[in-house]
Design a protein around this ligand. Sequence first.
Ligand code: SNW
Length: 290
Amino acid sequence: MKKRITFRRLGILAVSAAAALALAACSSGAGAGSSSSADANEFNLIKAGTIRVASMGDAKPYTFTDADGKFTGFDVELFKNVAHRIGYDDVVFTGQDFSGLLSAVANHQFDVGVAAIGITDERKQTVDFSDGYLAGYLTVVAEKSAGIKDAGDLKGKRLGVVQGTLQEAYAIKNFPGTELVKFPDNNAGIAALNSGTIQAHFTDYESAKTYGQQYDNLDLAINIPSFDAPAGFAVAKGNEKFVAALNKGLHAAMEDGTWKELYQKWFPGSPMPDMYLPKAEQTSTPTPTP
Ligand code: SNW
């Protein structure tokens, strides 16, 4: 029989682990030899003890600001959980336009980028990535009445993309005859769609689903698999120690069911690719269709 680890239990474990670490730090002097001591600034953070995260304010439900202006969402909660596992609870999120996000990380304005950022060879020229933690679809959202079902239906239409995204690159390559309209963020694109300036907007599946629930007139018209570019945490090049620690925390969060809990919380009802589940729960069909 398998035991279900609840968040509450995780919390208690986490608190006692933190207490144990604090004790260890005291007894061994100023963090000497402790791999989790924030004081040593072992990950070359901009400010020792704090992880500064470049993110997005309107990529709901991956990362977004709630009514109080606080960052939340799947990526945000997962990252905070991983950060906690490697000894950091002071995690500060800042919203950025997606187009400037990776260069801001590369230029050390932030310690890490967290925003459903697909790992690609091209982006690896600018930043390093953690292992992947999310793989899904790129989705064209359109007016139900437009009857858009495939690339052919987008011909002669105006399609919104957020600048610098995989959606933009995909559309340039695969939607010939479609006029691309670039936006700094998703909300601007959806506003343009609702006002009729564009006929469709191209975003990540879960964001598309959220907009579809919010606006009755919108449909998830086309879903394109993006499993070859799973999302990862982006870090400035050459910080191998940080990437290794993030990976360790990430895999621990997957193996103990935290990833699954967060997935079910933020993406309820969505097909769950199972490569990030605890090993014992993985099946032979890793990539279900939506
Ligand atoms: O490639 C996908 C991945 O498979 C998962 O579905 C999460 O989103 C992606 O990483 C693609 N995300 C876009 C990108 O990386 C847009 C990110 C954004 O708007 N924040 O360009």
